[in-house]
Design a protein around this ligand. Structure first.
Ligand code: ADP
Length: 169
């Protein structure tokens, strides 16, 4: 025997206080899927250090698209937006982390890709508002609402990444 050695016990679920942990709904829109940008877009959030908790390829029905974008119903581009979102499969994602909602919006960039900074997803990969390749929730409340809207119970997976302690202290 080598005698007693102090063992460090890590408690990954205590890494961040629960109030700081947010969920956001990220979606690769049909243009992103058609253009083969799914892996690239997932990578941006993975590399940043956020936790993927939900992922599926999905053909969005019209009523779901209308519900998702219900705040934009009165806008002139609404019919075009619904046609766009339902025009082919999308990739639905739930991501979790401290400050993930605002951070994901920064990673995504401005709604108009020509205004989006280089280094952002839209700034690097898109040119038009009507083909801006990705969606991200605009508030923690909408993050929860949209994840509940796009995922069935059991499709969101709660897990502890082995690297959690190397992402946040
Ligand atoms: P964001 O997606 O950046 O949160 P908004 O909530 O303002 O932006 O709009 C939702 C989506 O509606 C945009 O991402 C885009 O796909 C579409 N959209 C917004 N404005 C326009 C527009 N003027 N013309 C066409 N599509 C638009």
């Amino acid at each position: 025997s080598r005698g007693s050695t102090k063992t460090h016990i890590f408690l990954p679920h205590l890494v961040a206080s629960m109030e700081q942990v947010e969920q956001t709904y990220i979606m690769v829109k049909p243009d992103g899927v058609q253009r083969g940008l799914v892996g690239e877009i997932i990578s941006r959030f993975e590399k940043k250090g956020f936790k993927l908790t939900g992922l599926k390829l999905f053909q969005c029905p019209k009523d779901l698209a209308e519900e998702h974008y219900k705040d934009l119903t009165s806008r002139p581009f609404f019919p075009k937006l619904i046609t766009y979102i339902t025009s082919g499969p999308v990739v639905c994602m739930a991501w979790e982390g401290v400050g993930v909602v605002a951070s994901a919006r920064k990673l995504i960039g401005s709604t108009d890709p020509l205004q989006a900074e280089p280094g952002t997803i839209r700034g690097d990969l898109a040119v038009q508002t009507g083909r801006n390749v990705v969606h991200g929730s605009d508030s923690p409340e909408n993050g929860k609402r949209e994840i509940a809207l796009w995922f069935k119970e059991g499709e969101v997976c709660h897990w502890t990444p082995a690297l959690a302690l190397w992402i946040s202290e």
